[in-house]
Design a protein around this ligand. Sequence first.
Ligand code: NAD
Length: 405
Amino acid sequence: MQRFDKAAQLLNLDEGIYRILRHPEKQIITHIPVAMDNGEVEVFTGYRVLYNTSRGPAKGGIRFDLGVTLDEVTALAAWMTWKCAVVDIPFGGAKGGVICDPFRMSQGELERMTRRYTASIIDILGPESDVPAPDVNTNEQVMAWIMDTYSMHKRHTVTAVVTGKPISMGGSLGRREATGRGVTIVVKEALRELGLPLNGTKLAVQGFGNVGSIAAKLLEDEGLTVVAISDKSGGVYNPNGIYVSEALEWIKKNRFLEGFPNGDRITNEELLEIECDVLAPCALENVITRKNAGNIKARIIAEGANGPTTAYADAILDDKGVFVIPDILANAGGVTVSYFEWVQNREGYYWREDVVIERLREVMIRAFDMVLAYSKEHGVNMRTAAYMVSIDRVAAVHRLRGIYA
Ligand code: NAD
């Protein structure tokens, strides 16, 4: 909200719209009884928050985690609102979560919990009103259960009620790679803007999961040299370059990067301060802080993860002239292809992968250019510019629609 406030102030946002945008539209709290395998009944608490739906159906993931709170779900729902608006897809923002430990539940228990949660929020779900997706500890299977439960209530199959589905039941080609691909597209644009070449430019990536490993692979294909990668088990550094395909092979066999032979071992903290041109934090939130921001060598930071940089670190990075591509822009490739999935479901016609990739490229480049233009026009960094673009878009719709009653 600190960043929202700053952008709202710079935009001179009218007081009434500021008040509207500072509040979630709707927060649902539900208690979900589940018959556990041992014969007992457990009750889980779940939330669904619709932050803003002025631009279209609410969009946002559902997470299953012990750390879920209503405040966190609300903050993440606000974030989704700005993310959808910055890439200009016709969705609002939402998020959901259930407080549970999915690693200690059987598949049957997870399925029953998912179906009952879906049934209890079914009045707000729907292709026209609220479209969930996977998030922390939820996956294609969970989306399939939600889609099935919703379809049983509607008495016909409704694929467009969730995204992130298996391809065989209406998922989109290119969805799995979409976030990493989006990161790749905006990094290339940033390099162009700063007059840096692709060939030989040094890249360090924190987090070697879905987002990080795909961004690393695609940027390597573009000519960048991947000098450092890391995961939960630590990192590897090789100034001459790490072959991403070798690291992927290693992960396939060994699960973690630990022991990967082609480089020196480094910690995740060291990776952030390594000699490189582009740094892509693609793992966790709050890793770039006021403690280490001053030591970062990269010219460009591409935030694949959500919230990797604290607000305090922003100012330090600004002083150093680091070009930060903020999360709501850099990792919006995922929600963009989720939007494509929803469009394909509704038209009942499925696109070739190259069509998905080309349309993603168009959306990401248009958004990058718009944010860059705002940043130059208002003399602000890319993060503030991204918030300004999105708040401007949401506010414009509120002004046009007016207030009902
Ligand atoms: P993932 O689970 O596939 O990968 C996470 C990676 O981070 C793994 O390599 C893991 O080992 C590593 N990691 C975990 N704890 C770590 C630690 N303490 N230090 C260093 N590395 C650690 O997850 P993902 O889908 O790649 O998501 C990564 C980030 O990107 C998250 O912040 C997520 O919210 C964000 N994001 C993902 C998508 C998407 O489509 N997958 C979209 C938008 C944003």
